[in-house]
Write a protein that binds this ligand. Structure first.
Ligand SMILES: [Zn+2]
Length: 124
């Protein structure tokens, strides 16, 4: 049996546009997945950017955070910003070691700005 790829159609999950795709097999899930990949609509672009971001984010987190739980705090904050994209402008995570990490989504790019202030609170 030939394994040659033939042109098929799938439907973009975001806008419903039909796209020509080349996929092995007839699994509609795979066809739609490929169609979404190929689509240029806003929803598909967003998910593409998110996927591309994920690797960079993982590398950034493992390089900059010593503890898995700290990494998880940032990941959770990223999830909130991504989930409420547009509704929530930024999430700030304040660690108990004095670091503040502000997570913002700017034009589909994730920005994490970290600051540490040695603030003294004086209590008489
Ligand atoms: Zn689309």
């Amino acid at each position: 049996m030939s394994e040659a790829k033939e042109l098929k159609t799938g439907i973009c999950k975001y806008c419903g546009q039909v796209q020509n795709v080349t996929v092995l097999g007839d699994d509609p899930e795979l066809l739609n997945e490929a169609a979404t990949e190929a689509c240029t609509c806003e929803g598909a672009q967003k998910i593409k950017r998110k996927k591309a971001r994920e690797k960079k984010v993982s590398e950034f987190l493992s390089k900059n955070f010593d503890y898995p739980e700290d990494e998880q705090f940032i990941r959770d904050a990223i999830d909130v910003v991504e989930l409420w994209d547009g509704g929530i402008k930024a999430v700030t995570v304040e660690m108990d070691d004095g670091w503040k990490h502000k997570i913002t989504l700017k034009d589909l790019d994730l920005v994490i700005s970290s600051t540490k202030t040695d603030k003294k609170e004086l209590k008489p």
